[in-house]
Design a protein around this ligand. Structure first.
Ligand SMILES: Cc1cc2nc3c(=O)[nH]c(=O)nc-3n(C[C@H](O)[C@H](O)[C@H](O)COP(=O)(O)O)c2cc1C
Length: 158
């Protein structure tokens, strides 16, 4: 079974998850939409991943899914998001991907997030600083990537 892992990552979290999945799934190929295009027709499994900003997946990923929707529907689909508010994992997935694709996904989950203002620039850094202050004030800690979720997700494509 051939697997395409198609992702877009603004600050590296979704890319880190894509690389983890790549290590765990045999015969997988990585497609970073910032630089790569992907012909999904030659794959059995298609995994789609991206980081959430203001409730939305990256426009590059949204456009890719819209342009390939019919072909993606024929595949075993996996969807993951990286987001700081884990309670919204399902809502972000349902609001950002076509209903038919979400319905037939064999795996769909949020893998957590990275939100280190020191790794960011400009507006992102500004937003991340404010968000982190709020989280710390509320007694929380910086969001992290949950590798056990990635492992469980990858098993569905083995
Ligand atoms: C400008 C900005 C907006 C964000 N908006 C949200 C949001 O609406 N919901 C959420 O749960 N996380 C939000 N986050 C956290 C990101 O989802 C998190 O940093 C994620 O790891 C980003 O993935 P990426 O590094 O692959 O781009 C936001 C982060 C930034 C910098």
């Amino acid at each position: 079974m051939k697997t395409a892992i198609v992702y877009y990552s603004k600050t590296g979290a979704a890319a880190e998850c894509a690389r983890e999945l790549y290590k765990l799934i045999p015969d997988a190929k990585l497609f970073n939409l910032a630089v790569d295009s992907c012909d999904v027709s030659s794959f059995d499994n298609v995994i789609l991943g991206g980081g959430i900003r203001a409730g939305m997946i990256p426009s590059q990923l949204k456009k890719f899914v819209a342009a390939n929707e019919l072909e993606i529907q024929k595949k075993n689909v996996g969807i993951y998001v990286c987001c700081a508010d884990y309670r919204q994992n399902n809502a972000y997935i349902e609001n950002n991907f076509p209903a038919l694709i979400v319905k037939k996904a064999v795996a769909a989950d949020g893998f957590g997030a990275r939100m280190n203002p020191d790794e960011m620039k400009g507006f992102d850094k500004f937003v991340a600083k404010i968000a982190m202050k709020k989280i710390i004030k509320a007694g929380g800690s910086a969001p992290t990537i949950d590798k056990s979720k990635i492992t469980a997700f990858a098993k569905k494509f083995n």
